[in-house]
Design a binder for this molecule. Structure first.
Ligand code: UT7
Length: 326
């Protein structure tokens, strides 16, 4: 049986920390509100001149090292991001150049916070089809450059970072068992960046109206997230005929502690089985799952044969789950 197996992980978080107390000086908010409503205590922010591809490069290098693979051996690079350095070229191509991965094809995945699981699904399909053998998948974001630091409803939520995995062809039972992807474009305005694309290219007007920043209807997004995640997690369990108690670790997208707790509760899972990086990194969108995974791999929580459940929800709307036998 051919599987697409994660054989190495890596992550990178910029050094600069912004605490809830720091944000109290910027907008009308409090550590108490942010902690109670989101679970976030601090987030990392990229330095001036430190871009999404730089974060992706650091995470990617570590994942390659862990997999004992050279960049030249890669045949595909996928980057999930909604905050690329540039619209053109793609982050995949920029990263390919930085790594010197001359033999790899490269492209980006635009599925917001669900991008990493979308990437797992693409890698899984390519490997099973026999198209590629050694794939680097990176989730990387510099959300701080698209955050409106005058908008308290969003600026307290996001952080910068990158996480990466090497995915390889494996003849055996370990690897990605399933992925389930969903979208609902009719709810696109719940979470969006209005300008900067062909519809509203940059102009004095778009800048004056702050249209280049992330806008979110938080409460509606929250409700849609809980509903959608319940469904897609159930789908993963049923598809694999797995009972919730058989899951060893839940590695969720890190958007809100209350959403993560709700999912753990539905699965009847103690929080010890949930990988949580939200308090120190905030919501890093496509980077949140691979960053959390890398932390759990490196501190020994992930063990061979463990059953891992990933789930994510984000702008688009998009949502997804994956079940992985480690
Ligand atoms: O990763 C992609 C997917 N994203 C998500 O899944 C995020 C989902 N949404 C959320 O996590 C939550 O909805 C938020 C954390 C964004 C907001 O929490 P909430 O419990 O839904 O609060 P709310 O938006 O209903 O706002 C409650 C109150 C409002 O005041 P009034 O109208 O009740 O007077 C807000 O103006 O809290 C106010 N508020 C704040 N107060 C202090 C909103 N942001 C802040 C803030 N500090 N930073």
């Amino acid at each position: 049986m051919i599987h697409a197996r994660i054989t190495g992980t890596g992550s990178f978080a910029p050094k600069k920390i912004i605490t809830n107390q720091d944000l109290e000086k910027l907008v009308d908010t409090s550590d108490e509100w942010i902690t109670e409503r989101t679970g976030i205590k601090e987030r990392r922010i990229a330095e001036k001149g430190q871009n999404t591809s730089d974060l992706a490069y650091e995470a990617g290098k570590k994942a390659l090292k862990a997999a004992e693979l050279t960049a030249q051996e890669l045949d595909l690079i996928l980057v999930a991001t909604m905050t690329p350095d540039t619209i053109l070229p793609s982050m995949g191509c920029v990263l390919q150049d930085k790594l010197g991965a001359k033999n790899a094809a490269a492209f980006d995945i635009a599925a917001a916070c669900s991008g990493f699981i979308y990437g797992l699904s693409i890698a899984d399909a390519f490997i099973k089809a026999g198209a590629y053998k050694n794939i680097l998948l990176v989730g990387a974001e510099v959300l701080s450059r698209f955050t409106d630091w005058e908008d308290r409803t969003t600026c307290v939520l996001f952080g910068d970072g990158a996480g990466a995995v090497v995915i390889q062809r494996h003849a055996g039972k370990h690897g990605i068992l399933s992925t389930h992807l969903h979208s609902d474009g009719s709810l696109g305005d719940l979470l969006h960046v209005p300008a900067g694309g062909a519809q509203h290219p940059a102009s004095h007007d778009t800048i004056r109206k702050r249209m280049h920043f992330i806008k979110m209807k938080g409460n509606e997004t929250f409700k849609a997230a809980v509903r959608a995640l319940e469904g897609v997690v159930q789908e993963a369990l049923e598809h694999n005929k797995v009972k919730p108690e058989e899951i060893d670790l839940l590695v969720p997208h890190q958007a809100n502690l209350r959403i993560i707790q709700a999912m753990a509760q539905r699965l009847n899972m103690p929080m010890e089985k949930v990988v949580l990086t939200l308090p120190k990194y905030g919501n890093t969108s496509a980077a949140s799952i691979p960053m959390a995974l890398d932390e759990a791999v490196r501190d020994g929580r992930v063990k061979e044969n463990h059953l891992l459940l990933f789930e994510a929800f984000g702008g688009g709307l998009t949502w997804a789950s994956a079940l992985v036998r480690w």
